[in-house]
Design a protein around this ligand. Sequence first.
Ligand SMILES: Cc1cc2nc3c(=O)[nH]c(=O)nc-3n(C[C@H](O)[C@H](O)[C@H](O)COP(=O)(O)OP(=O)(O)OC[C@H]3O[C@@H](n4cnc5c(N)ncnc54)[C@H](O)[C@@H]3O)c2cc1C
Length: 488
Amino acid sequence: MTTQFDAEYDIIVVGAGASGLSAAVEAVKNGNTVAVLEKLDSVGGRGQFVEGSTAFESAEQKKRGIEVTRAQGFKALMDESQWRANAEVVSAFVHNAATTIRKLSDIGAVWEDVTIYAYEQESELKTMHWAEGEGARIIELMVKAARDGGAEIYLSTAATELLTESGRVVGLVAKDADGQLLKLGAKAVILAGGGYASSPEMMEKHSWYGKNARYFVDLGTPGNTGDGMNMAVAAGGATAETGSVLLMPVAKGKTITSHVSGAGSQPYLWVNTSGRRFTDEVVAMNFSDAANVIAQCDQGTSFTVFDQATKSHLETDGSDISLGTFIPYHAPLDRMDAELEQDLTTGTAAKADTVAELAEMIGVPPQALALTIARYNEMVDGGVDDDFYKPAKYLRAISHPPYYAVRMVAGTLVSVGGIKVNGSFQVVGEGTDAPIPGLYAVGAEASGIYGDTYPLTVPGNISGFSYTSGWLAADHASAQIVKEAALV
Ligand SMILES: Cc1cc2nc3c(=O)[nH]c(=O)nc-3n(C[C@H](O)[C@H](O)[C@H](O)COP(=O)(O)OP(=O)(O)OC[C@H]3O[C@@H](n4cnc5c(N)ncnc54)[C@H](O)[C@@H]3O)c2cc1C
């Protein structure tokens, strides 16, 4: 029986974030009728927070004399994933990312710089393209281009179920702002829901961190609840590398622009809930790796401990490592005192005149913390970190009271594994690598460019991938629609 629809489109895009809007812009450009469904009451998703995006051999790189080849990008991403990434998907991204930058320029993006994320991290490739107004501006431009091209963007409208006929996706069910269920027909559906980072249950079930994910703080918008993955699986789609999540250290209860959080992210002394040091804190330069380390501590929690002298250093000389534009390199962290007024009452931070008191306040064994600090100070005096080999310039004594501790957890930026796709971003079926006709997945919803974790050595890659996979899926779907129309 043929399904009766409330409305029909050539292409329906689920999610009005970085990847979905990119898909919509391309789909209308190709002459399709397009609906974009967004479950929240505003557009942009996590794409609004993007700072910079990866591309290889772009005109913007060439203009600045930066040479990062596609081959280098491909190898870096494959090697970082230990070849668990899908080479077809990585190749599609690497090959087309420069075109994405051009396409975004065509709709008005202005690129201010191409750089790396963390200065002093020598392994990073110069791939991060920073747009004027960053990701929020790119979203604005894509919304305008999509609407100008005729796309209808429905807010507060969530896709809930894919509709299939004889193994092909023919549309979906959506719940609109009034709670009404709509049956919408489409020749192709592009899932662009941005993964499952907003769902605590899915984080615990699917991410590599299991129960520790309960302690994470979600730093993004609330709509990314894994609907795409659940709908694709219900329609027979396969999943891959579902555990990968992009994390960043953050002080418990704070945002990533907080100066207390910025202080907690510096490569000083980090201890776990047992009061033991557990890592070379210079991992802080790579925020993704750093959060992976913290996420695996007991209760996904660590404490960054420093003294008054180091606090004054942060307030006057500035941070030793950056967190992009959120905590710029060497920016004085001069809002700490104002923030601490509240943070000392909520348990986000502690301040004490003795180590024993500090330990008591953060709930770690006082004797263990005293021993850790004594050992650390001994290595500071000797100028060599014999335990974890941290460069000497980050060894700062803990000897001038008052002492401070900042409670750090992992903040979730976005999940980056999920629906299994091929190099054209078609969702493939469970138990087969054959595509499900009419179904695509893009952006953070799609798996394929990561293994266990997010490689910051190719900075900006998930947004670069999101924009790129969006328009590539739209191009493939458009070509299929033309081909199938010719057969009728
Ligand atoms: C603070 C922060 C900073 C970041 N900085 C960077 C950066 O500098 N560089 C970088 O590469 N990445 C960065 N990211 C990651 C960035 O968010 C992703 O790269 C990008 O947004 C992924 O695009 P997407 O389209 O997959 O998801 P999103 O942009 O999140 O869009 C998904 C949209 O789908 C909607 N949706 C979900 N389910 C449904 C449904 N059932 N029906 C309808 N709509 C639905 C969601 O509400 C959301 O609006 C950052 C993330 C955060 C939180």
